[in-house]
Write a protein that binds this ligand. Structure first.
Ligand SMILES: Nc1ncnc2c1ncn2[C@@H]1O[C@H](COP(=O)(O)OP(=O)(O)OP(=O)(O)O)[C@@H](O)[C@H]1O
Length: 649
């Protein structure tokens, strides 16, 4: 019931269309029964005419023509009204579908990282497509058919009672059985439909993960395993679908049987009335014909009762699944304490005794740190030590459990999210590129101001036409960003330069190119705070040092958080912190940390040795190529000990 209450505001957006549609259904179903009435009148008139009794002259040819004309007119009216039904109810249901889809997307866009960490993309896709269609069918075709059934029964029984109430009561005998069956059906469908949709979601999620992770599946050659698992899930889906179908299967046959019973009752009881065997209840042949033909008209509505009950149950089940999305709330959002007057930020960042825990596990502990505006902070530490989470606290992808993070001395929870995120650009570890041109990927989001916020729960008829994005990327800005990100020379070599399509519809970029495209995107935003989360791990050290050199120009006046493992990257930071298990275990400048001889110094020593080793090996290979094999021979993969020996020497 609560679910229906939530749907009501959407239906009320088109109340006039739904009302007109329902009235049209009523009118069409009344008109469709008129031919039976005219035919009944004609039969009685003709019979009297055949009796040749001057007291009751019966039907004249003129009357006959009028009745025929009535039949034609009734058929035409009912046809025209049916067109009206389509144009009102079915059109309105499409508009309602649009509005729900728009609001769902807007709601999902407002949810936070916490929600998407747990949601499965395949499941969401299934809800936005399959479930939404089921809801549209319920409010469109379902409500149309429901109105047809209700109006057919109301109008028919009004006729029946006006013709002969005893015969009507006889026909009504079958109705308690129909209602009982419907109640059973509705319950069974609701019990069986949601598990089927859940399995549909699981199967969509499985397919989506396999397509997104195709490289992993192929790399590990586990296609057979995945196909096997998919097969098991598919079998389960079919089992659940058949379980649902089984309840619907015999229904139509049963309804047909009940119709047959009603016919038999009309024939036996009505026949006795015509023969005058039921005292006080005469029935003419014409009335009998009208009764039988009207009953015949009820056959389809009767047979479709099961279909409608099924459609309504499915629709409400699906609406319940969409309601789950609407009921989800972002944990991170603007609140009453948000200071909406804050429009820009400078970039001074303070962590004050920050602790973050997930389900009782402390992933950051007692972090106190100050990054003055315009400075660069290097963050390093073993994997899983909390580097990414530390940076995510600034953009509020997640909020602190204790303490506070301040930007320009204001708690980030008091800064409007839009202002905060507008001024921060993040290059994540795993960049995501859209199926669009390189230029659009770099200029991504720069045109955000051209779009007005969506007004939810508003009729599509009162919203302006969808805004087309005709804003061209600022190519100068895009090219400058690509230049600094060390990508420009490669873009020029692509088939269509900056207009080359990426992703599903275009070229595939290498890991390093993807990282640099994401870097260019962040640079193009010209943010106050730039967060580079291990964002150059896939480029070689030479390219990296070129990018860093370019970045130094844009770093001017911006606060930069540089997360990484390479000392060659970190050494340029004003201040460096080393994290371990969520705590800062070391901090200082590059030189100070080297002098301290701790974790950072050890990291530097190891990387220096690795680099020396690479150079030695390169020299040996070059010597070998020149025909002067140096002794000892370069170690093979199977000889790590020998290789280590050499390093030591
Ligand atoms: N949403 C979450 N729920 C629970 N634990 C989380 C969540 N996000 C991160 N963690 C845990 O917090 C710890 C720190 O994660 P974080 O991503 O910050 O590590 P990191 O230092 O950036 O690692 P890497 O260098 O591998 O990227 C990890 O143990 C991680 O599993």
């Amino acid at each position: 019931m609560n679910n229906f209450k939530a749907l009501l505001p959407y239906l009320l957006l088109h109340k006039n269309q739904y009302l007109v549609g329902t009235l049209a259904v009523l009118g069409a179903n009344a008109a469709v029964l008129l031919p039976a009435y005219f035919l009944g009148r004609a039969i009685d008139g003709l019979r009297l005419f055949a009796d040749n009794n001057p007291a009751t002259p019966g039907l004249s040819l003129g009357h006959l023509g009028l009745l025929a004309l009535g039949i034609v007119a009734a058929t035409l009216v009912s046809g025209a009204l049916m067109v009206g039904v389509r144009r009102s109810i079915v059109f309105a249901s499409r508009q309602t579908e649009y509005e729900i889809r728009r609001d769902l997307f807007a709601h999902l866009s407002g949810l936070d990282k916490h929600y998407f960490d747990r949601a499965r993309t395949g499941d969401l896709m299934n809800r936005l497509t399959g479930d939404l269609s089921a809801v549209r069918e319920m409010i469109g075709f379902g409500s149309w058919q429901l109105a047809t059934v209700v109006s057919s029964f109301v109008v028919s029984f009004a006729w029946f009672f006006s013709i002969n109430w005893r015969l009507t009561l006889a026909v009504l005998v079958v109705f308690p059985i129909i209602i009982g069956i419907l109640a059973y059906l509705a319950r069974q469908v609701s019990l069986r439909y949601v598990p089927m949709q859940e399995q549909n979601s699981a199967i969509s999620a499985k397919a989506q993960e396999n397509f997104s992770g195709a490289r992993v599946v192929k790399g590990y050659a586990i296609e057979d395993r995945e196909i096997g698992e998919y097969k098991v899930m598919n079998t389960e889906l079919i089992r659940r679908a058949l379980f649902l179908n089984r309840v619907e299967g015999p229904l139509q046959a049963f309804m047909s049987l009940l119709m047959g019973v009603a016919y038999v009752l009309v024939l036996l009881y009505g026949g006795r009335m015509i023969l005058g065997l039921v005292p006080g209840s005469p029935l003419t042949l014409g009335q009998f014909t009208q009764f039988a033909l009207t009953l015949e008209r009820l056959a389809w509505p009767m047979l479709s009762i099961g279909l409608i009950a099924n459609m309504l149950q499915r629709g409400m089940g699906s609406w319940g699944r969409l309601q789950e999305i609407f009921a989800s709330r972002a944990r991170v959002h603007d609140s009453g304490r948000t200071d909406t007057s804050i429009r820009k930020i400078e970039g001074d960042i303070r962590y004050e005794n920050v602790t973050l825990d997930f389900d009782g596990k402390k992933v950051l502990q007692n972090i106190t740190l100050h990054i003055p505006a315009g400075q660069t902070l290097g963050i390093t530490g073993p994997t899983g030590s909390g580097k990414t989470l530390l940076s995510q606290l600034i953009t509020r992808l997640t909020d602190v459990s204790e303490g506070s993070v301040k930007v320009d001395n204001v708690d980030v929870r008091n800064i409007p999210l839009a202002t905060l995120r507008d001024n921060i650009a993040v290059v994540p570890q795993e960049p995501f590129l859209f199926s669009d041109t390189i230029a659009s990927n770099v200029a991504f989001g720069l045109d955000n101001d051209h779009y007005s916020p969506i007004e939810t729960r508003k009729s599509v008829r009162h919203t302006t036409a969808p805004e087309e994005n005709d804003v061209k990327p600022d190519m100068e800005r895009v090219q400058r960003a690509a230049e600094i990100a060390g990508l420009a020379s490669e873009i020029v070599a692509f088939p269509h330069g900056y207009d080359t399509m990426l992703g599903e519809r275009g070229v595939t970029l290498s890991g390093g190119q993807r990282q640099r495209t994401a870097l260019a995107r962040a640079i193009a935003r010209e943010p106050r705070i730039l967060i580079l989360d291990d964002s150059m791990s896939a480029v070689d050290t030479e390219t990296e040092s070129r990018i860093l050199q370019g970045l130094r120009q844009v770093q001017e006046g911006r606060t930069v958080l540089l997360i990484g493992h390479r000392v060659s990257t970190l050494r340029h930071a004003d201040h460096i912190i080393v994290l371990e298990a969520g705590r800062i275990v070391e901090q200082g400048s590059h030189e100070a940390l080297l002098a301290a001889g701790g974790h950072y110094a050890e990291l530097e020593r190891r990387q220096r040795l690795e680099s020396d080793l690479d150079e030695t090996e390169e020299a040996k290979i070059a010597d070998a190529a020149a025909g002067q094999p140096s002794i000892p021979v370069p170690p093979t993969r199977n000889e790590p000990a020998a290789r280590n020996e050499e390093v030591k020497r």
